[in-house]
Write a protein that binds this ligand. Sequence first.
Ligand code: ARG
Length: 461
Amino acid sequence: MKLWSGRFSGDTDSLTDALNASISFDARLYKEDIHGSVAHADMLGACGIIERSEADAIIEGLEGILADIEAGTISFSEENEDIHMNIETLLTERIGDAGKRLHTARSRNDQVALDLRMYLKSEIKDIRSCLLRLLEVLCEKADASLEYVMPAYTHLQRAQPTTFGHYMMAYANMLRRDVTRLDDCLERMDEMPLGSGACTGTTYPIDRRRVAKALGFSRITENSLDGVSDRDYVIELLSSLSILMMHLSRFSEEIVLWCSWEFRFMELSDAFSTGSSIMPQKKNPDIAELLRAKTGRVYGSLVTLLTVMKGLPLAYNKDMQEDKEAVFDAVDTVKLCLPVFTQMLRTAAPLSQNMRAAAQKGFLNATDCADYLVRKGLPFRDAYTAVGKLVAYCVNTGKTLEELSADELKSASPLFEDDIYEAISPEHCVEARFTEGGPSISSVLAQIASIKKFIETADAE
Ligand code: ARG
């Protein structure tokens, strides 16, 4: 019999149960549901709304149910719809009438809003620590490759020389912002909604702050309609996760490119590559490709929730039950992808000779060549034109700038002297970029130090 059957005389259709029940996916909220109910019962007892002995019986009963769920001896029923009613029904079966008092001054609407917040707060902490481990690997990789000169690209055309270390720290900065986005999200989510009731609070003299404190929330929601109505905290998390996956996807795309014979900048470890069933020579970056693709699932969840919420009048609507599968899938996906990516990167070998060879072709040093002339007194725009002419000459004759003779160089500008060859070597081009944020060894070391400091502070939180 359903907990809400009082008003009804007929049974629900089995198809109604199939669509309506959420137990198949919200069962994973069992721990939060029980902890929330324990805090609620304790508060009801403390405020004299139920007898202390009843509160204690409820708490003991709930703890027994928690232990049994974790021991795998409980099976939930679709008849009881969701995790909230399943647990309440079990409690009353076990402890009798006291169990029926648990739902005093509470609705499933504020209960589910509480459970989901608690669950997501803890998931955010897990994801955050996965990100911190990835940041550590990026620092290690960067440290080991401060001198691996490679091309930086714009429009996927070789642009200017940089180093693999500088490249790693670019991603580290993106992922650091992802950590801080999660922190912001956690901070806003940290409001305790219980006491909102179905939508307009309750007539019982409850103590919401006591519940908030017991459950580790820093504050309570300030409006009961809002407390049960919004899922912006889910959407905000999904949007942070989407941005994070977008970063992982771009990085994965680069790894796919780097593993191609066209680039050959990276060799993945066998543990993170796959072969082909027909082509014996193949070593494919399937893992990087899948990480790229998983991004689509997370975006999908974000769009699902934005769409579910966009037309809902206040307050609770059953549509909101659809939030769970979407956000659970996104959280699971990110928690799978991050450690895989971290290990894949940690065990990957950057191929520095191939990077260096690529940096030598494609006139990456053309800007530096122009800067050389500027240092000799030429206005930048004239220097730019002179070097542009040299590049055109090189393209026609199949040479690089550093292969040109002193006479060839002087034909473009009399300011060229023998020190030009040193000035346009890839290593010199990189080291000359010693300003903050640049690829010189000292600049990248400062970037690594900054990220390491961030990890240390973030780990301590
Ligand atoms: N299972 C529901 C959900 O996930 C919570 C129950 C509230 N439902 C209701 N009909 N008042 O949103």
